[in-house]
Design a protein around this ligand. Structure first.
Ligand code: ADP
Ligand code: ZN
Length: 464
């Protein structure tokens, strides 16, 4: 055998062996997509961050007039960035700037360098638009491959991608990452549940990507159709992102999709269009937070009221700086997402800091008669009730001069009386939220289901 052939064969064998490991174990957890970068000593990681930060500030300053003016007005030049602490000198970026300079006023490369544009849904007004160079697309695939691998995905897995394809970043983000990892990708896209189930059965899907709302819908549909998820399906893993979800929901979906029974589980994934889309932070098999891929995204936590940086373990708003992005980089972008940053090394051996599950948003926090209410608090109460189906709606209106919080829930079946359910829920919600709540119990299958992100909050107090 020629040497080249031998090398090729040996490499091929090693690769297919890597792919054949399926069941989670301690060794499995200590295995990485990019071992060097993911387990690098934190001090070394910080050196890389500083070098990239300096380069990024130069790039933004030199290639975008709007961003240059902003830095100048704040009295910052690229040479002022000498340590990571100097980050605090840089002014924040916010979503409104993207809207103001829509579509590409904040771009830092000429248009011919851009190979792709995505836009975010823009539920409150104009959408935002973000461009990618080829390097940006490649980095995106890398962070997605790390994320899918950290959840337990391997070459040989069949990945059904039920995230929306198109302007939304979810579909293509997961797609490129899963291909880079070497999984067999089936781009079903969101929706058409009957076909999703058919594909899942016929292609023996092992790894599902979709929003948690869609996973609930799929679970319900599988139950309705009487499909035995353990015997008839092969789903082992899922990576859910794009919207908040709870640990209670994790348990439910792990059961309704048969993930646990096949030795896997459901993992949380976080991202936002402004940073790249999905790929910013992802849960590993230790399930103790989401690793922020910090050689590409530099995280900070700030007090959303004062803008002051907070220490490790303190709860506040996540601020991110893109360290690698070329087409549309952002310095200190305020995500509005509330979480906690943990720098302790993880049981999985990865050194990249972890964020806790997103606890709400500093801007979608509901203020009901002066009390701060996060929708996740309501969801946590509802999910304790197995007599309820997953969908629910939160409506805020005014009863006279006062805010009125209405929670619409849906019965799974009609065994428990609507009246008694209403009473119990109203009491539990009042005790948890410290405000009174009006509960409306709807019959089975009447509240809307969503194929992408759920729209569960209707604030009728707002006047546009
Ligand atoms: P849009 O703002 O149009 O919804 P994005 O898709 O960029 O567009 O949404 C990003 C936002 O989605 C994040 O800032 C965060 O609030 C939410 N999000 C994404 N992933 C998660 C997650 N795993 N848990 C909680 N919230 C998430
Ligand atoms: Zn970990």
């Amino acid at each position: 055998m020629s040497l080249t052939l031998w090398v090729v064969k040996t490499l091929w064998k090693a690769n297919s062996l890597k792919g054949s490991i399926k069941v989670a174990s301690a060794d499995h957890m200590k295995s990485y997509w990019n071992e060097k970068m993911e387990t690098m000593p934190f001090k070394e990681l910080q050196k890389i961050q500083l070098e990239k930060l300096k380069r990024q500030v130069h790039h933004v300053y030199e290639h975008n007039a709007v961003q240059k003016k902003k830095l100048k007005d704040a009295g910052v030049t690229p040479d002022d960035i000498k340590t990571l602490d100097d980050l605090a000198k840089i002014p924040f970026s916010v979503k409104d700037e993207l809207r103001e300079h829509y579509p590409i006023g904040l771009q830092c490369v000429p248009q011919e360098e851009v190979v792709r544009y995505h836009m975010s849904s823009g539920t409150t007004g104009k959408p935002i638009c973000c461009g990618y160079t080829w390097n940006d697309v490649d980095t995106w695939a890398e962070v997605m491959a790390r994320s899918l691998y950290a959840a337990g995905g391997r070459k040989g897995d069949v990945f059904q991608n039920a995230y929306g394809y198109g302007l939304f970043t979810g579909g293509l983000g997961f797609h490129y990452g899963a291909e880079k990892l070497g999984m067999s990708v089936i781009p079903t896209a969101a929706g058409n549940t009957a076909r999703q189930i058919l594909v899942m059965k016929d292609m023996k899907t092992t790894f599902l990507g979709c929003t948690p709302s869609y996973a609930q819908l799929l679970g319900e549909e599988l139950e309705k159709e009487g499909i035995d998820v353990v015997d008839e399906l092969h789903l082992r893993l899922s990576l859910f992102g794009a919207e908040p979800w709870t640990d209670e929901l994790r348990e439910r979906v792990e059961k309704s999709l048969g993930l646990k029974a096949h030795g896997g589980g459901a993992f949380d994934h976080y991202g936002l269009t402004e940073m790249t889309g999905p790929g910013v932070a992802s849960e590993c098999e230790a399930k103790t937070g989401l690793h922020v891929w910090s050689d590409h995204f530099l995280p900070e936590i700030i007090d959303p009221e004062t803008g002051e940086q907070l220490g490790p373990g303190e709860k506040g708003e996540l601020v991110l700086t893109t360290l690698s992005k070329e087409a549309m980089p952002f310095l200190r972008y305020r995500t509005r997402d509330i979480t906690v940053l943990d720098f302790a090394e993880c049981a999985c051996g990865r050194t990249h800091p972890r964020i806790k599950k997103i606890m709400g948003r500093s801007d979608d926090m509901l203020i009901i008669r002066g009390v701060n209410v996060f929708p996740s608090q309501i969801e946590n109460v509802l999910l304790q009730h197995h007599e309820l189906a997953e969908p629910f709606q939160i409506i805020i209106n005014r009863a006279g001069a006062l805010d009125q919080l209405v929670v619409k829930v849906e019965q799974r079946d009609t065994k428990v009386s609507r009246d008694s359910l209403k009473k119990v829920l109203e009491r539990e919600l009042r005790e948890n939220l410290m405000v009174s709540v009006l509960v409306e119990v709807e019959p089975p299958n009447t509240l809307p289901r969503f194929e992408g992100k759920a729209r569960r909050i209707i604030d009728e107090r707002k006047v546009y």
